[in-house]
Ligand binder design. Sequence first.
Ligand code: MG
Ligand code: MG
Length: 261
Amino acid sequence: MIFLKTEDEIELMRAANQLVAKTLAEVGKHVKPGVTTKELDKVAEEFIRDNGAVPTFKGFPNPCGGTPFPASICTSVNDVVVHGVPNDTPLVNGDIVSVDCGVLLNGFNGDSCYTFSVGEVTNEVAQLLDVTKKSLYEGIANAQRGKRIGDIGYAVQTLCESHGYGVVREFVGHGIGRKMHEDPQVPNYGKKGNGPMIKSGLCIAIEPMITMGSPKIYMTDDNWTIKTRDGKPSAHFEHTIAVHNGEVEILSSFEDIEKTK
Ligand code: MG
Ligand code: MG
């Protein structure tokens, strides 16, 4: 069931997502060679709690029956696609790290992800990040009222596959509100004119997970970490959006992140 949001609810969603944006910017200031993802997690958790919110991911139940998620952010390095668990391995020059952050503030969730470069990355990797981020905005441009969810995935898929990249199938975007994951599912692939109709009040997270090579993935034995099978890097950008007042509003933001770079 899709819960369409009222203006008051969208106001609360905006606040939660702006806190996620600020958290990601705070984390971004610390992304450099030598820092560990556990250290980044500490920065995020403190910032979220200092702002009166709860990190949604911490203690998140494991869908595969393993241990709950132990940290406040997912930190997915290089060939890790999503759900990387923060650890003690220092980042090195040329790495990329996708930082996925969720907060619960005043009963509503925010969710956004940004893939950061660590020091200097190769042109090939820089292009993967660039195209993945562009595909997110293409998806958003296709989320207008009256279109269908399949139009979003079609836009993301068309751009990414035109560059020879892989579109991960097993993980998708989602409705978001009082719960982190609500209906509908928002795949990063699809057909024009397919899927649920986009109506005013719809709040969804759009989140292309794009691989440099094959889209095939596997889960490591921690039951969380998802990696590419071919070992090639993967990028992940995510915004939470609201469809209302005849437009598509991006509730999260990369503005502060990109100011600090
Ligand atoms: Mg996310
Ligand atoms: Mg999400």
